[in-house]
Structures are given as C-alpha cells and as structure tokens.
Design a protein around this ligand. Structure first.
Ligand code: NAD
Ligand code: UDX
Length: 463
C-alpha cells in the first residue's frame, strides 16, 4: 500500500518536528497534525515563525517549506483520522500521579483515548503507529480497544519509537542513526511495516531502517533511554569520587571514551540529567520489571534515578556550603533553566530542583534563560507544590538580560550549557557582583582558569 495521507495525533515536541520532516521530505503525502490544545495548534499555524510552540534549530525553515502545501495543523481530530490511511499516536505518556503504579508506571489514559477515538471514527482499514514511548505490550491493549469498539474495520498496529533528542531534533530526524519499526509477523503486519518503510525510504537509506517484532521495538525504546541515562549517572557517580581524590572528571571521561568499546558520547558530567524522557522511561522500566517479579532488575535500573537525584541535591548543597553555610537572603543568579541547550523545554530540568532546594534555604533566585518564558519558570516551581505560589514569585525573579540577573548576586550557577554563556563579558559581570563572587558551573562549560584570573571563586562538577 502506498501511503498518501497521514494523520498524527499530538502536536508536541515529537509530533510537530517529526511530521514536519516527513511532510518536508515527502511532498506527495498529505500530513495533518492534530491536537486538542487549541493554543498549540494556533501557535503552529502562526504566520510569525518565531512563535512556533517548539523551539528547535532549523525547525522553522522546515515548517515554512511544507506548511499549507502538504503539512497542516488542525484541531479537527475526527476529520483527520477519517481521511488518513496511517495514524501516528504521538501524545504524552507521563508518569502516573495517582492510583496503582503512581510515581512509576506510564499514564496511558491519553493513549487509550486516542485508540477509542480512532475506533469511533474510522470507516476503512487503518495502520496505527505508536510514536509515543510506551510500555512493552501496549500495542496489544490498543488492538483490543480498536477491535472491540471499532466499526469492524481492520487495524494493523506498528511500533515506531522516536529517538530524536531535543535541541538537535531536526538533524536527528534528517539523519537518524536508525529508524525502528516493529510489527506483526503476519502477512498483513509485514505489509503495514513495508508501507511505513517506504515513507522513511524517501530520505533514509533502507539499511538504516530496522524492522522487528512489536515487543522488541517497544522495549528497545525504553532500553535505549535507560542505557543513555545510565551513562550520565555513571560519569556523575565518578565525578563525586573525583572531587574527593583530585582526579578530574573531564580527563577521566576523555581517557575512558577513547576506548572504542566505551565511546566518547554521553560522558559529560553535569548537575544531572533532565528532560521529559529519561526519568519517566526508567521509572516505567522499573515498574514493568517489578510487575514481572524481577526485583533485582528493577533495583538495578532504579539506581540510575537515585544517583541523578543525588547529583542535583549535591550541587545545591555545595552552593550552600561554599557560601559559608547560608544563602538566606542572598541573590543567586541562575544562567539557564532549560534541561539542555537549544530547546525551550524545561520538563524535569535540574534547574527546577536546585532552585527548590535553595528556596528552602531562603535564597533569592534570579533566573535568565535565552528561550524559556517567565510563566514557564513559575509554573515549573508551582507544580512541585512545595510552597505557596506567592512565595515562588516573591523569591524568584526572571530577567531578560543576563547582566542584570547577575548584578549584586553573591553567586552564579550555570544550569544549562547555552553557548552564549561562554561569550559573555565576565569581567563586567564580576565588577557588578558582591564579593567574593562565586561561579558554580553545573555544566562544565566555562574556562575556570580565566574566571579565576578575573577574581571569581570557581567550582565545577568533578574537580
Ligand atoms: P508533548 O506533551 O510535547 O505533546 C503531546 C501532545 O499531545 C500535547 O500537545 C497534547 O495536547 C496532545 N494530546 C494529548 N492527548 C490528546 C488527544 N487525545 N488528542 C489530541 N491530542 C492530544 O509530548 P512529547 O514530548 O511530544 O512526547 C510525546 C511522546 O513521545 C511521549 O510518549 C514521549 O515519551 C515520546 N518521546 C518524546 C521525546 C522528546 O524528546 N520529547 C523523544 C522521543 C519520544
Ligand atoms: C533523550 C534521548 O537522547 C533521545 O534519544 C530520546 O528520544 C529522548 O530522550 P533528550 O532528553 O531530548 O533525548 O536529550 P539528551 O541529549 O538525551 O539529554 C538528556 C539530559 O541528559 C539532558 O539534561 C542533558 O543535559 C543530560 N546529559 C546528556 C548529560 O548530563 N551528560 C551527557 O553526557 C549527555
């Protein structure tokens, strides 16, 4: 079957960029991205490309190339489902905050709603593609719902997890290491796989398109994120040992990364990993392992999260300790709030937790981030529920000028590795700070020696 019409449910960080690239690369396929969030759809349709709801380098150009031609953003979910041959489900799958599996299992309510809506609307056969990251065996649940509540039409369920990383989403989508497609081993299943392979083959070499059974595909996504996060926790664990022993974590990372069996990537010590995926997916893996009675497996992976929480807390307590054991009433400037550079996404960002710890110590926090909006920062803190919303507004000030954020501060904490921080006039920043002036580099991006020559007291992770 040749696919001519695709619908994607969910216009978020994955649905938006992924479908924009498909539309850009496949001009003969009509791609409609739908969402129940009207504001999000309005933002995707905004004439001013600076207002797109997702910031990613290169994304605005891709959207501009296809929007209105074969790429459409809409709130009319039913119409898009009805017209499509292939429906991607790309809705959020956050950690459950209630009931059984609270704090660990993935909340599949949005996925189930999508399946029920597809079943209610579809009048002809459809291929349904899991793009969201899902617990292994979710495809069975989707199939049950479709088969039992549908109009008697035939469905094929594929798993096609997304491996893009935020900040490099467009490049990752244009040149992925691999595309993974899982499907049924039946003839119909294989035909559905082939239909999706053909879409990707418009720009991706076929040898980079891997096909597996559905369960392997679902589990591979959780496993990939668990392995990546594990590397960050591993180097962060070593960073603490470096601080005690005089070893330098950057040197250790370089030395081990040159072993081709280990490799150099994902060995950057930091204040801790953030983002919407790593923690959620590992917690989910832990939950799945426990539900099969695999307690040692669960404990093994849970340790990755425990180490990450420790690293964030350790960073905050180092600031307090270094500032003579009190930050009460002191201004601490945060450079960066996003969970990594080149994105406006702040979900699970380490900055949120470091700020929370310092607010408990009665610090005044001044935040500057080049892409994150003020409202998002307050929302992130309010969401923790650890203090009244008023207290967050009273003690956290958001700046649009980094020099003003740092003025009269006792210390600066680098929470995101934005490139622009390296270009600042650090002498000017120093001159306007309280003395002694401290810099805590949570991303190991600044040149410590230069800052020390200016007069800063400088500290970084793992030294
Ligand atoms: P997101 O929150 O940015 O976007 C999800 C969108 O789905 C929201 O706009 C929401 O309004 C919409 N939605 C929810 N229910 C809906 C419904 N019934 N009908 C229509 N729209 C609905 O989430 P995201 O970051 O794009 O993540 C989506 C999935 O992709 C998750 O499972 C995530 O784990 C996975 N993933 C994310 C990344 C990433 O970097 N963010 C990478 C790989 C995989
Ligand atoms: C991750 C996966 O990389 C991606 O394949 C998947 O599809 C979604 O989840 P993402 O969370 O967007 O992507 O960004 P990633 O580059 O993986 O970084 C995650 C966090 O780890 C960030 O906070 C980053 O700063 C941190 N990190 C990463 C480190 O602290 N050190 C490193 O060496 C690498």
């Amino acid at each position: 079957m040749r696919i001519k019409n695709i619908c994607c449910i969910g216009a978020g960080y994955v649905g938006g960029p992924t479908m924009a690239v498909i539309a850009h690369k496949c001009p003969d396929i009509k791609v409609t991205i739908v969402d129940i969030n009207e504001q999000r759809i309005a933002d995707w349709n905004d004439e001013n490309l600076d207002n797109l709801p997702v910031y990613e380098p290169g994304l605005a150009d891709i959207v501009a190339s296809a929007r209105g031609r074969n790429l459409f953003f809409s709130t009319d979910v039913e119409k898009a489902i009805d017209e499509a041959q292939m429906i991607f489900i790309s809705v959020n799958t956050p950690t459950k905050t209630y009931g059984l599996g609270k704090g660990k299992a993935a909340d599949l309510k949005y996925i189930e709603l999508c399946a029920r809506q597809i079943a209610a609307v579809a009048k002809n056969d459809k291929i349904v593609v899991e793009k969201s990251t899902l617990p292994v065996r979710t495809a069975q649940a989707i199939k049950d719902i479709l088969d039992n509540t549908g109009n008697g039409v035939q469905y094929q369920i594929l798993s096609n997890p997304e491996f893009l990383a935020e900040g490099t989403a467009v490049q990752d989508l244009l040149n992925p290491d691999r595309v993974l497609i899982g499907g049924d081993t039946t003839k119909e299943g294989q035909e559905a796989i082939e239909a999706l392979v053909e879409v990707y083959a418009n720009w991706i070499p076929r040898e980079n398109i891997l096909t597996t059974n559905v369960w392997s595909s679902e589990l591979s996504k959780l496993t990939a994120n668990a392995f990546l996060a594990q590397r960050v926790s591993s180097i962060n664990a070593i960073s603490e040992l470096c601080e005690k022993t005089g070893a330098d974590v950057n040197e250790v990372a370089k030395a081990i990364g040159m072993d081709s069996r280990i490799g150099p990537k994902f060995l950057k010590a930091s204040v801790g990993f953030g983002g919407s995926c790593f923690q959620k997916d590992i917690l989910n893996l832990v939950y799945i392992a426990k539900s099969y009675g695999l307690h040692e497996v669960a404990d093994y992976w849970e340790q990755v999260i425990i180490m990450n929480d420790h690293q964030k807390r350790r960073f905050a307590s180092n600031i307090v300790r270094t500032l003579y054991n009190t930050v009460s009433g002191k201004k601490i400037a945060f450079l960066g709030w996003a969970f990594k550079k080149d994105t406006n996404d702040t979900r699970e960002s380490a900055a949120i937790y470091v700020a929370d710890d310092l607010l408990f110590e009665q610090a005044n926090i001044a935040v500057y981030d080049p892409k994150v909006e003020k409202g998002t920062i307050y929302r992130d803190l309010d969401y923790l529920g650890t203090r009244p919303a008023d207290a967050n507004r009273e003690n956290v000030t958001v700046y649009t000028d980094p020099y003003e954020a740092c003025r009269d501060a006792h210390a600066i904490a680098i929470l995101t590795e934005w490139d622009e921080f390296k270009q600042y006039d650090w002498q000017r920043i120093y001159d306007n700070m309280k003395k002694p002036a401290f810099v805590f580099d949570g991303r190991n991006i600044l040149e410590g020696q230069k800052l020390e020559q200016i007069g800063f007291v400088f500290s970084e992770i793992g030294k």
